[in-house]
Write a protein that binds this ligand. Structure first.
Ligand code: FES
Length: 200
């Protein structure tokens, strides 16, 4: 082979290799955005995923907050006294939707306790007026909320009041009870937020 033929041959090999590499790189660049467009991000997956919480160390009368889908979930370990108060006729007379007819909750939480298990209240901690975070004001006869306050939740933004089942009082801005998310128990004291009990 002459020197000129050798250079031509080398040039042809180089061009073939360069074209093939460009094709592979091009395919990779077109595939990545396509994959990214249909695969949910890790953050989106995490936001939608069910959340588990062990309640065995949650003292009676105490509350913890967990995050599910970017919103606060309140879990309260209610005492027998707290549960008894939910039936108090003088409280019921002050509630707008005592039977939760106009409020959002799974069917299994449409009761006085608004819960699967009375001792554990699970609520979405978002005021149904304009979305502020209600405060836990569980002590009766609260200095700010009055001598007849039996304990519950208070939203400081515009003064909405809710009882210990998240049921809204009459004559406050919030139109409905605090919502109950779907949830189920995986064990006696382990709750999973985000999966309906009926689907278990
Ligand atoms: S946002 Fe709670 S009372 Fe307005």
């Amino acid at each position: 082979m002459s020197e000129a033929e050798q250079i031509d041959n080398n040039r042809r090999h180089f061009l073939v290799a360069a074209t093939t590499a460009a094709g592979v790189i091009g395919a990779a660049f077109t595939a990545v955005p396509f994959l990214a467009s249909w695969k949910p991000s890790a953050r989106a997956q995490a936001l939608g995923a069910p959340v588990e919480q062990d309640l065995s160390k949650l003292e009676p009368g105490a509350m913890i907050k967990v995050s599910w889908r970017g919103q606060a979930i309140f879990i309260v370990h209610r005492t027998p006294q707290m549960l008894a108060e939910l039936e108090n006729p003088s409280l019921l007379a002050r509630l707008r939707d005592p039977d939760s007819k106009a409020s959002l909750q799974p069917e299994y939480a449409k009761n006085t306790d608004r819960a699967l298990k009375g001792e554990y209240l699970v609520l979405i901690g978002v005021c149904t007026h304009l979305g502020c975070a209600p405060l836990a004001r569980f002590s009766p006869q609260d200095a700010e909320l009055g001598a007849d306050w039996p304990g519950g939740f208070y939203c400081p933004c515009h003064g909405s009041k809710f009882d210990l089942s998240g049921r809204v009082y009459k004559d406050v801005p919030a139109p409905t009870n605090l919502s109950v998310p779907p949830y189920r128990f995986l064990a006696e004291n382990v709750v999973q937020i985000g999966v309906d009990a009926e689907a278990a």
